[in-house]
Design a protein around this ligand. Structure first.
Ligand code: BES
Ligand code: ZN
Ligand code: ZN
Length: 470
């Protein structure tokens, strides 16, 4: 979608006009029209009037969610017509919500059509009409465009079928990015994983015909004061391995790469925005399959930091991949200021929080609070999940240093987070956050301005968090 800001004096003729309506404002002559249509001013209500070429879209509050959903609904209505341009006249109050307007429009217009024989035609041009153009609005437009286009790109990647998106595809995407944005890149195949003693990650991908890949992208601007490391779970498919998932639970597991995809699109965004912060993105790109060569329940794996792991379920594979990726990050990168991991780690997180909310875990209350605030600021839903000493005992192993599953059915999101804590070095304990994005990463129905399928979660809040820390 093309979006432009126009001054009212230079306003041009558009095919359609979008009117965002709220209870608190004076609707003038439009009130009668809306009353006659029995149009209720509440969130998610919108209507297209073909004769007058007007689209009304309602919102209840001047909040990110309300506004983004309103513009997304209007844009969807407009896209379903034959018309190709629309304008929205902004008053001062709406100008204050410009970020939500731009992002809601771009995120709301997303369609995944890779596998459809018939694609939609022309895209819509959207004009925001303002009293006076300002540098602030233009900056928001540019930044929000970059962010939401990265979210849409993440959605495309996650939605891509697992036969078309393998660990090598991750590498190709990362290499393209590296070239385009002058990032440094290092890639480790299975031989290098063995050399680096990363047998935890290596074992997970052993039965796949697609070789596991560890990707390390580096964005190092000259004036950087802060060093932030992002680690992503990039399971291009999670069949469960020998602890095979039941058929119904396997569907959607192409989305188990969402953490890796989020990390890739976050470093891209940071580089495009030219933020003065050093960012490293590390992706564990692996496929969890069955086969004669598969790793097994009862195997004992040794991770890069020397810790031994008793495997009791091969479906708890994400933590095994992240364990080694976390170690690799901390061994390779010195003087880390913050280290964040992103993973569709547990079904338990979805059960506990519902599909829309990310779980935030870590050892530093202050940092968890900052992470939560970043999510709230950019329209993503999240909540903190606290570690405790009793849950920590549930992942003890009788024969190894730690077990890859808990000995109780309860608290699975937190015990998975506490498993990862075993691979965060002492000096980095307070600098680390684990984001369990299993819920919002992929939802099999449209919600708000999000479509059916991948939401691209993680990109917006990671960018917001990095901005707040740099
Ligand atoms: N990829 C899944 C977690 C998941 C489940 C993500 C549903 C998105 C939606 C993960 O690898 C997994 O299978 N976890 C197991 C852990 C269990 C064996 C301890 C789970 O959550 O059931
Ligand atoms: Zn699994
Ligand atoms: Zn998984």
């Amino acid at each position: 979608m093309k979006i432009k800001i126009l001054e009212i004096s230079k306003s041009k003729n558009c095919d359609l006009e979008i009117v965002l309506v709220n209870k608190s404002e004076d609707l003038g002559d439009k009130k009668e029209l809306l009353d006659s249509l029995e149009f209720k001013i509440k969130d998610e209500a919108s209507i297209f009037l073909p004769e007058s070429k007007l689209i009304f879209s309602a919102f209840e509050e001047f909040s990110y969610d309300s506004i983004a959903i309103a513009i997304a609904n209007a844009v969807k209505k407009a896209s379903a017509t034959k018309y190709r341009s629309a304008k929205v006249v902004l008053n001062k109050e709406l100008e204050n919500e410009f970020k939500a307007l731009v992002e809601g429009a771009i995120l709301g217009s997303y369609k995944f059509e890779t596998y459809k024989s018939e694609k939609s035609k022309n895209e819509l041009e959207l004009f925001f009409i303002v009293e006076k153009k300002s540098a602030i609005l233009s900056d928001i437009l540019e930044e929000s465009k970059i962010i939401s286009e990265a979210v849409n790109c993440a959605r495309d990647m996650v939605n891509t079928a697992p036969q078309d998106f393998t660990p090598k595809t991750f590498v190709k995407e990362a290499e393209t990015l590296a070239k385009e944005l002058e990032l440094e890149i290092e890639v480790l195949g299975e031989k290098e994983l063995v050399k680096q003693k990363m047998m935890s990650m290596h074992s997970v991908g052993r039965a796949s015909i697609h070789e596991s890949q560890l990707i390390h992208l580096k964005y190092k601007p000259k004036k950087a004061k802060t060093k932030i490391v992002l680690v992503g779970k990039g399971l291009t498919y999670d069949s469960g391995g020998l602890s095979l998932k039941p058929a119904d639970f396997m569907i959607t597991m192409k989305a188990d790469k969402s953490g890796g995809v989020a990390v890739l699109n976050t470093i891209k965004t940071i580089a495009k925005l030219k933020l003065p912060v050093e960012v490293h993105a590390i992706i564990g790109a692996v496929e969890n399959m069955v086969g004669g060569n598969a790793y097994k329940p009862d195997d004992i794996l040794k991770a890069k930091n020397g810790k031994t792991i008793e495997v009791r379920n091969t479906d708890a594979e994400g933590r095994l991949v992240l364990a080694d990726c976390l170690c690799y990050a901390q061994d390779e990168i010195k003087n880390i200021d913050y280290i964040f991991d992103f993973a569709t780690l547990t079904g338990a997180c979805v059960v506990g929080l519902g599909e829309y909310t990310t779980g935030i875990m870590g050892n530093c209350e202050n940092l968890k609070q900052k992470a939560l605030e970043s999510c709230q600021k950019c329209g993503e839903y999240a909540t903190k999940l606290d570690f405790n000493r009793y849950l920590k005992k549930c992942i003890k192993s009788e024969i190894a240093d730690v077990c890859n599953i808990s000995n109780t059915r309860y608290g699975g999101a937190i015990t998975a987070g506490m498993f990862l804590d075993n691979f965060v070095y002492e000096e980095n304990k307070e600098k680390w956050i684990h984001f369990d994005i299993a819920g919002p990463a992929f939802v099999e129905k449209a919600w708000g301005y999000n479509p059916y399928g991948a939401s691209g979660t993680g990109v917006r809040f990671a960018v917001e968090l990095i901005k707040s820390l740099s």
